[in-house]
Design a protein around this ligand. Structure first.
Ligand code: SF4
Ligand code: SF4
Length: 458
């Protein structure tokens, strides 16, 4: 494995197939049939890719970033090289403005993406899916040509913040073996690069001090450049970063995104339940406003205002109940947001289990006829496959995942409380009660929503 990861062509060999797949997505989206279940663009992007990558977050963190076709194409252009090392950059190499070195832009981009999905029916439109891919690609290329390294991945990518947050839960990590060796090594090749061996870290992480998975895109450059052979890939318990967070590296931007990621999977499931369209029509009639505006307002309330308001209120009650053992409101808010990450992640997983295990078999016929032109390239175009998983089994799986998320969330909340208040403090247990109540109520609400009849989006 070490030889493979040190090979310069490793990342390119994983990126290239994804680039080819996404070129096909653009072509089929633009020129193929507009029936979403018959078009390669919508099937591979929204039923297979979007559902499957959530599983990679759980086990491997930012594995997707290693192979992402958008950043691959932007980086190839920026470096004017596919896998070899070139010192001069084709782009302007500007520094990203200091005021934007946070996750607010990425959070706004993610909210716009999710809102656009529902407004324009992105996931059920091959044409819009192709436009979406082209827009993300154009943004990655423009940012890559103007700014240094992988600025797009770190500060702009609409799913970059989501991947980083969920990666804190992952059961694998890339870390240095011996921090002392890093302190004594003046050249810092992992950060600055080393001749033909490799580039400096594309997201400007210094492995010698890296203590969580948030930013590392697993590009493997530091494995190639470290002359001390000091980088390891470790397997570890789930939620490891969440219970060992270094407060100095946390910001309000990351905590707000963590809470938004709790609200979004719930909202995404609610918009699929049968009465949703009736409610929207009733609101349109009541307000006299056009549907896109009504939906936009409902979306902002559901994805932002309700989860953030509930969380802010819960932390206020926590602080009152904790009594004399006071910790500042800001510290409580920033830290406890991460207790909800396992819940949001496992709810996200539960939401996508149905797509991946219940619908992804339609990729088999679509592979033979990606444009929907009536081709039969592999002799599978007319196969009518049903899922291996019954509806009941999928529902049970979804319930099980939410309960697992609930268990992890309680554990992380307890560990964060102990870290903030000290093992011998007593007030934090009283204060923890409202956080646990909010978690349980949120889980019950999601279980109820998942148990309602859902409309197919494809
Ligand atoms: S190059 Fe290797 S030893 Fe040197 S600072 Fe980086 S990870 Fe540590
Ligand atoms: S820390 Fe290493 S693997 Fe992670 S992004 Fe930086 S160079 Fe790549």
């Amino acid at each position: 494995m070490k030889r493979l990861l040190q090979w310069r062509g490793f990342q390119f060999s994983i990126q290239l197939p994804n680039v080819l797949v996404y070129i096909l997505v653009i072509l089929t989206g633009l020129y193929g049939t507009q029936v979403s279940t018959d078009n390669f663009a919508t099937v591979i992007t929204w039923i297979v890719w979007w559902a499957a990558i959530v599983f990679t977050f759980v086990f491997f963190g930012r594995l997707w970033c290693l192979m992402c076709p958008f950043s691959a194409m932007a980086e190839w252009l920026q470096r004017l090289a596919l896998w070899t090392v070139k010192r001069e950059s084709f782009g302007f190499n500007w520094k990203w403005p200091f005021q934007l070195r946070n996750l607010y832009l990425a959070t706004v981009m993610f909210l716009i993406l999710t809102c656009a999905d529902h407004q324009f029916g992105l996931v059920s439109s091959p044409l819009y899916t192709a436009y979406f891919v082209l827009i993300i690609l154009a943004a990655a290329v423009v940012v890559g040509l103007l700014f240094e390294r992988r600025t797009f991945c770190r500060y702009v990518c609409p799913i970059g913040g989501l991947i980083g947050t969920y990666s804190l839960f992952a059961s694998a990590e890339l870390r240095v073996v011996d921090r002392n060796a890093c302190r004594q090594h003046k050249d810092k090749n992992c950060l600055l690069g080393r001749g033909e061996a490799g580039y400096g870290c594309p997201v400007r992480e210094y492995p010698g001090e890296m203590d969580n998975n948030y930013s590392c895109t697993l590009c493997t450059e530091c494995i190639k450049t470290c002359p001390k052979d000091n980088i390891a890939v470790n397997v570890r318990p789930f939620a490891h970063d969440l219970v060992n967070l270094n407060e100095k590296r946390l910001g309000l931007d990351m905590s707000i995104l963590a809470v938004v990621l709790l609200g979004l999977p719930t909202l995404q499931t609610i918009v699929m339940i049968a009465p949703w369209e009736g409610w929207m029509q009733a609101l349109v009639q009541f307000s006299g406003l056009p549907l896109p505006i009504v939906f936009g307002v409902v979306f902002l309330i559901g994805a932002l205002a309700i989860p953030l308001g509930l969380f802010a209120g819960t932390i206020l009650v926590f602080r009152l109940l904790a009594g004399k053992e006071q910790v500042s409101y800001r510290r409580l808010f920033i830290n406890f947001a991460y207790a909800f990450v396992p819940l949001g992640l496992l709810m996200h997983l539960a939401h996508n289990v149905k797509h991946l295990f219940g619908e992804s078999q339609i990729l088999v016929p679509v592979l033979s006829d990606p444009f929907g032109f009536g081709w039969d390239l592999f002799g599978t175009a007319n196969l009518q496959l049903s899922s291996f998983f019954s509806k009941g089994l999928l529902t049970n799986l979804q319930f099980g995942l939410i309960l697992v998320g609930q268990g992890f969330a309680v554990y992380v909340a307890y560990r964060i409380a102990r870290k903030l208040f000290g093992a011998n403090a007593s007030g934090f247990l009283r204060g923890l009660a409202p956080v646990l109540v909010m978690m349980v109520l949120w889980s019950i609400f999601n279980l109820l929503v998942l148990n309602m009849p859902l409309m197919e989006r494809h």
